[in-house]
Ligand binder design. Structure first.
Ligand code: ZN
Length: 153
């Protein structure tokens, strides 16, 4: 396992639509492990593959401490309601903004073992999953936020 460099805004890699993963094999699992380590090291709650320079449809998320999700080829199959979310992004360091997200989602995809999973999330969990999913489409929260503010140097 190893830490990966986090790509920051301005790099065109963050603006590309990622390609599906063919198969969840040991190589993919190694990358997922690295992504989890990198997310922990950066004290983030989620990290998508393009943020480490990999144009593949996968992300990791830890909306609550110790509750880690790996999603490969995720699909958001249902959304409901609205919530206002205060978001930041490891690829846009030092900033925060408010984004309107669905209050509830259903998301399916392959997990760390390549097994199909489907979850229903709401509140902060839904917020995190939508943010990470957007990365796979080349979308950053700053595209959707109405008031991005600097929070630190
Ligand atoms: Zn992000």
């Amino acid at each position: 396992m190893a830490l990966r460099n986090i790509v920051v805004e301005g790099d065109p890699i963050l603006r590309k639509v990622c390609r599906p993963v063919d198969k969840v094999d040991d190589r993919i699992r190694m990358i997922l492990d690295d992504m989890i380590d990198t997310m922990h090291d950066a004290m983030g709650v989620g990290l998508a593959a393009p943020q480490i320079g990999m144009m593949r449809r996968m992300f990791v998320a830890e909306p609550e401490e110790g509750e880690i999700y790996c999603f490969v080829n995720p699909e958001i199959v249902y959304v409901d309601g609205e919530q206002e979310c205060v978001e930041g992004c490891l690829s846009v360091p030092g900033y925060q903004g408010v984004v309107i997200r669905p209050e509830k989602i259903r998301i399916k995809g392959l997990d760390y073992n390549g097994e199909e999973q489907e979850y229903e999330f709401e509140g902060f969990h839904a917020n995190v999953m939508c943010h990470e999913f957007d990365h796979l489409e080349g979308v950053l929260y700053i595209d959707k936020a109405n008031n991005v503010v600097k929070i630190e140097e």
